[in-house]
Design a protein around this ligand. Structure first.
Ligand code: SF4
Length: 493
């Protein structure tokens, strides 16, 4: 006989179930499976909490119902007490109806009714946010509270910080009342269905599909996708192909893909992989190399972004540089000299960073980047910010060239690149003795998380070790460019 399973729901479980009922079931019945370690999401949660607390200032004077120190029944009781005593604004108000527990970010009294204000870190209202608030509305109604209006409070990324944060400019509020009300009718049925799924003894028979990463990347992808082989239809790069249409027709492996249905780039990827074939257009490589000159500076920035802009003149989510690495080659064949700058934590890095950079990169040097759009964007922002340095920065900007170009255009392709032109795929394919694997920090997101962690650390061994790892990662990015360029130069006719 099956054991009776808990049918308690929370807002996040309902949203998970709306995305995929199997994900809901697996959350309640975790499979015996070795999931790979997840990246440290602490910084993201911390950002979300900071945004939530700041948004409370839109409705000052509210009283918070805390998570910490209060049980769920305690939070419900405290909320009821605040409502009964005439509170006008309640932060994190807690409710339960039909065994669904929810918290409302900001609840505002509106005559005999209440307004819901849900705060998100994003920059617009998404469909999943409407579902989120619809559940809150449903529970409040179930508890006998009337909801007059519902709002989604999100970040306005056009806001530019000057001095103290201006709360009313940082946040934008969308009235989503009608869309939330329209979802009310279907919710009881949805909740019943989700409860039935949770009570099932067996894992729901739901196949992988576009829902696996829409609206969120599902935690169970490693488990559900374990049977998809390497070099499958899902590894094909580029647009214009409906991968699940092929999957549903049973076409999964590269061997089975009809080549005449692919575009040239995808066809090249499949053929090159199956035949372990490389291709090089030496004339195009020569054309590219002819656009470079010496001195030649290989440049890479590391940046961070935050929803709440930290410094004057920055917008929400603007990329702010905190580190650069440069390998300078004075002439062809010369040993590259390495320069690096990592901002001391907690200070605005931009002025010192650009001043240092301008002393390292000669005005007449060729500035080589990997994905010039990014480095150019950082340099343009710095030129706008420091008009006294704009001429000097602009002269470097004019000299920027992009080492990614021959790989993006597929003038050079190696089957080990898996259809990608990212430096992480290009490096091991072009330079066999250099790689990012095994590094403590091995990509830009990890570097950003490390920077956030660095800002919170006191001086000591942990901080020193983290800084060493950040310097080593950034150094490898530009050393990788030196070695990839050497590999291209060896191909030249
Ligand atoms: S990976 Fe896809 S199929 Fe599996 S639980 Fe998640 S959403 Fe559902």
């Amino acid at each position: 006989m099956s054991q009776r399973r808990s049918s308690g729901l929370s807002k996040s479980l309902i949203l998970k179930g709306l995305q995929c009922q199997k994900a809901l079931w697996l959350t309640k019945n975790p499979p015996k499976f070795d999931f790979p370690p997840q990246p440290d999401l602490e910084a993201k949660f911390k950002s979300g909490t900071e945004v939530g607390i700041l948004a409370q200032q839109l409705f000052p004077g509210g009283i918070e119902v805390p998570y910490e120190g209060l049980s769920f029944p305690g939070q419900l009781a405290r909320t009821k007490q605040l409502i009964d005593s005439g509170a006008q604004v309640i932060y994190e108000a807690s409710f339960s109806f039909s065994a669904i527990f929810i918290k409302v970010d900001i609840l505002v009294r509106d005559g005999a009714s209440w307004q819901i204000h849900e705060v998100k870190m994003g920059t617009s209202t998404k469909s999943v946010n409407l579902d989120d608030v619809a559940v809150q509305h449903y529970v409040l109604n179930g508890c006998g509270l009337s909801v007059s209006k519902s709002f989604l409070v999100h970040i306005d990324n056009t806001y530019v910080r000057q001095d103290a944060i201006e709360i009313n400019k940082l946040f934008s509020s969308d009235d989503i009342s009608l869309k939330v009300a329209a979802r009310q009718q279907s919710l009881p049925e949805i909740v019943t269905e989700l409860r039935e799924t949770m009570r099932e003894d067996n894992e729901p028979n739901i196949d992988i599909g576009p829902h696996c990463d829409d609206p969120y990347e599902c935690d169970f992808i490693p488990y559900c996708w374990q049977y998809i082989p390497e070099n499958s239809i899902f590894d094909l790069r580029g647009r214009g192909i409906k991968k699940f249409d092929y999957y549903n027709r049973g076409i999964i492996r590269f061997e089975d893909v009809p080549l005449d249905e692919l575009n040239n780039v995808q066809r090249q990827q499949v053929e090159a992989t199956l035949n372990q074939q490389n291709s090089t257009d030496v004339n195009k490589v020569k054309e590219f190399l002819d656009t470079l000159w010496y001195p030649l500076c290989h440049l890479d920035f590391e940046t961070f972004n935050t929803p709440i802009p930290k410094f004057d003149g920055t917008r929400p989510y603007q990329q702010v540089p905190f580190q650069f690495s440069i390998h300078v080659q004075r002439e062809a064949g010369a040993e590259p000299q390495h320069y690096v700058y990592l901002v001391p934590s907690g200070v605005d890095p931009r002025r010192e960073l650009i001043e240092q950079l301008l002393t390292v990169i000669p005005a007449d040097a060729c500035v080589l980047t990997y994905n010039q759009t990014f480095e150019k964007g950082v340099l343009r922002n710095l030129a706008d910010l420091f008009p006294d340095l704009a001429n000097a920065i602009n002269s470097r900007l004019e000299n920027v060239r992009d080492l990614m170009a021959p790989f993006r255009k597929r003038d050079v392709y190696r089957w080990q690149m898996h259809g990608s032109y990212s430096i992480k795929e290009v490096l091991p394919a072009m330079v066999s003795d250099l790689s990012y694997s095994g590094m403590e920090i091995s990509d830009g997101m990890a570097a950003m998380r490390a920077y956030n962690k660095m800002c919170a650390l006191e001086p000591g061994e942990e901080l020193d070790a983290l800084q060493r790892a950040m310097l080593e990662y950034c150094r490898l990015d530009t050393l990788a460019m030196v070695r990839i360029l050497e590999a291209l130069q060896k191909m030249e006719i």
